[in-house]
Write a protein that binds this ligand. Structure first.
Ligand code: PAF
Length: 287
C-alpha cells in the first residue's frame, strides 16, 4: 500500500490509473478505523481494480472544537488494518494541504439539512460537502462507499453527487454492530468499558421503538424513548426522530408513509462527553 500525503501526487496517480482503464473504489474516512470501515474497504477491493482510502480529520465539519481536538487519531494502527484489506493507496493529507486558504464556499441542502444532524450541528454538512467534493475531485472514483450509520450524511452526499454531476456510483452499506448491538463508530474509542455497556441502550431503544410503530403514535413513542433513556441515568438524549427514509423529514404519523413501506428511526445522544448517533430502517410491514 502506498501512502500519499500531497494533493498533486494523488491527482497524478489517479489520473494515470483512470487513463489506463482501471476502476477506482474509494472509502473516505476520518481514521480510527473499525470493522464498519473495513467492510466498505473489502467491498471496494472486490468490486474495483484499485482501492483508495482517505484518512483526514476534517476540521470544517466539526461544530465543536473540543470534539475535533479529542477525535481519536490512530494512524499506525489504521495503516496496519488497511494492509489487511488489500487497500492500494492511503491518502492521508495534513489540513494545510487541503485548506490552502480559508474556504467561504457555502452549500445548501434545503430541508435535508434543517433536521437532525443539520439542525443540531450547524455547519456540519457544509464541512462534509466541502471535503467530500474535494476528495472526489482528487480521487475521481468510479465507486464511493459510505456507511448507513451516517444515514443523513449519505443523503447529503447523494444530493451533492447529483447536484454537481459527479460521475460515480454511491454505495451504502448497513451499519456494523458489536455483538451487544452498539453501532461501530470511531468515537466509541473514547468510551470507557462501562460507557460502552451503557451505550448499548441506544440500539435497545431503537428496537423498542421499532416494535411499537404499528400500534402507537409517533408522539407517544418519542415519550417512551426519552423515558427509557432517562431511566439509564447516564444517557442524555439530543434527538430521536421517526423520519422518511430518503428525505429524512420527520414523520408525524406512520400512516403517512405507508406507501414507502419504510421509516428511519434516528437517534443522537451523549454518553458522558461522547456524542453518538445511530439509526435503524424499519419495514412497516414487519413492524
Ligand atoms: O463519515 C466520515 O467519516 C466523514 O464525515 C467523511 C465522510 C470522511 C468526511 O470527512
Amino acid at each position: 500500500m502506498e501512502v500519499i500525503k500531497q494533493v498533486n501526487i494523488i491527482r497524478e496517480k489517479m489520473q494515470a490509473l483512470r487513463c489506463s482503464g482501471k476502476r477506482i473504489g474509494f472509502v473516505a474516512t476520518m481514521g480510527a478505523l473499525h470493522e464498519g470501515h473495513l467492510q466498505l474497504l473489502r467491498a471496494s477491493a472486490k468490486e474495483n481494480d484499485i482501492t483508495v482510502c482517505s484518512i483526514f480529520v476534517n476540521p470544517t465539519q466539526f461544530n465543536n472544537p473540543e470534539d475535533y481536538k479529542l477525535y481519536p487519531r490512530t494512524s499506525e494502527q489504521d495503516i496496519a488494518l488497511l494492509k489487511t484489506v488489500n487497500c492500494d493507496y492511503l491518502f492521508e493529507p495534513d489540513a494545510s494541504e487541503i485548506y490552502t486558504q480559508q474556504t467561504l464556499l457555502q452549500f445548501s441542502f434545503g430541508a435535508l439539512e434543517a433536521v437532525m444532524e443539520g439542525e443540531h450541528r450547524p455547519g456540519h454538512f457544509n464541512g462534509v460537502a466541502t471535503i467530500v467534493s474535494k476528495l472526489f475531485h482528487y480521487i475521481t472514483p468510479h465507486r464511493a462507499y459510505f456507511g448507513q450509520k451516517d444515514l443523513q450524511q449519505v443523503a447529503v452526499v447523494r444530493q451533492l453527487v447529483q447536484a454537481l454531476s459527479f460521475d460515480l456510483e454511491l454505495i451504502c452499506f448497513p451499519t456494523v454492530r458489536e455483538q451487544n448491538g452498539l453501532a461501530m463508530s470511531s468515537r466509541n474509542k473514547r468510551l470507557t468499558e462501562e460507557q460502552r455497556q451503557v451505550a448499548t441502550n441506544l440500539y435497545k431503544v431503537l428496537q423498542l421503538a421499532a416494535g411499537k410503530l404499528r400500534e402507537n403514535s409517533v408522539q407517544s413513542i418519542k415519550q417512551e424513548v426519552a423515558a427509557f433513556l432517562q431511566d439509564t441515568g447516564q444517557i442524555k438524549l439530543e434527538y430521536f426522530e421517526v423520519a422518511h427514509p430518503d428525505t429524512l423529514q420527520p414523520v408525524q404519523n406512520v400512516q403517512e408513509v405507508k406507501e414507502v413501506k419504510e421509516v428511519a428511526l434516528c437517534i443522537a445522544a451523549h454518553v458522558g462527553e461522547v456524542r453518538l448517533i445511530d439509526n435503524m430502517l424499519v419495514n412497516l410491514n414487519d413492524a
